[in-house]
Design a protein around this ligand. Structure first.
Ligand code: DC
Length: 220
C-alpha cells in the first residue's frame, strides 16, 4: 500500500504540533515539524548576525547551512550542521526570525526538498504553513487548523506561565497578528488554506476532540 501523507497547516499557536504529535503517536506515523527546520535556519542567521533583510548574506549562508532531521525515541531532532539544536529553537526571537527569513525563496527551496523526500518514503504527519498548498499538493488528507488570535495568545501565555515566565498577553497577541500577516502575505508559498483542505477552528475544541476528528477522517 502507498504511504499516507497528512498535511496540517495553520497559523502560529493553532495547536498544530500538539495535535500532529498525538496523531503520529496513535497511528505510528512519523511527525515532521517543518517549522523547526525554519527555526534551525533562523538560529544559524542569528548566531552569525545575519539580518532577514540582508538577502545576499542569507543566500550566501544557505550554501553553508545543512539542516537535517533525525528521530530518537520517536522525537524529532533538528540538526544544524550536525549539532542537535532542539534546545535553542523555541524562543520568540528564533520564531520571529524564522517567520522573517522564511520569506526568502532560497531558504524555502532548501528545506522543501528535504520535506518532500521524507514524505515519499514514510507515512507522515507534516505540519507547517505551505504543506497542503506547496510541499505536498497530493497529500491524502489536508487539514487547515486555526483558532482566534485571542485564544492563540492565551494558549501561548499559559505555556509561558507554566514555565514560570511572566508575559503580557496583549503583546503576545500583537506578535501573533504580525507573524500571521507576514506568513500570509509573503510572495512565495504563503500560508493559506488549500482548496481541498478541511477547515477546523480549534478555539473552542478540546485537543482530544480535534485528534479524534482527524483520525476519523483518515480512517474514512
Ligand atoms: O510553526 P512555527 O512557529 O515553528 O514556525 C516558525 C516560522 O517558520 C513561521 O512563522 C513561518 C515559518 N514556516 C514556514 O514558512 N513554512 C513552514 N512550512 C513552517 C514554518
Amino acid at each position: 500500500m502507498k504511504n499516507f501523507n497528512l498535511a496540517i497547516d495553520g497559523p502560529a499557536g493553532a495547536g498544530k504540533s500538539t495535535i500532529a504529535k498525538k496523531i503520529a503517536k496513535q497511528l505510528g506515523f512519523i511527525y515532521v515539524d517543518t517549522g523547526a527546520m525554519y527555526r534551525a535556519m533562523a538560529l544559524y542567521f542569528l548566531r552569525n548576525k545575519i539580518e532577514a533583510s540582508q538577502v545576499d548574506r542569507i543566500e550566501e549562508a544557505c550554501k553553508n547551512v545543512n539542516v537535517t532531521i533525525e528521530y530518537k525515541e520517536g522525537e524529532q531532532l533538528v540538526m544544524l550542521n550536525g549539532e542537535n539544536v532542539n534546545g535553542f529553537i523555541r524562543t520568540e526571537e528564533v520564531g520571529n526570525m524564522a517567520s522573517a527569513s522564511s520569506v526568502n525563496r532560497t531558504v524555502r527551496l532548501k528545506l522543501v526538498e528535504l520535506q518532500q523526500e521524507l514524505a515519499k518514503k514514510e507515512n507522515v504527519v507534516m505540519d507547517g504553513r505551505d504543506i497542503g498548498t506547496y510541499v505536498l499538493p497530493n497529500a491524502d488528507l489536508k487539514i487547515y487548523l486555526t483558532a482566534s488570535s485571542k485564544e492563540r495568545a492565551r494558549r501561548r501565555w499559559a505555556e509561558l506561565k507554566e514555565k514560570g515566565i511572566d508575559a503580557d498577553i496583549d503583546s503576545i497577541e500583537k506578535d501573533i497578528i504580525e507573524r500571521d500577516h507576514r506568513d500570509m502575505t509573503r510572495e512565495f508559498a504563503p500560508l493559506k488554506q488549500a482548496e481541498d483542505a478541511i477547515y477546523l477552528d480549534t478555539s473552542d475544541m478540546p485537543i482530544e476532540v480535534v485528534v479524534e476528528t482527524i483520525i476519523n477522517l483518515i480512517q474514512k
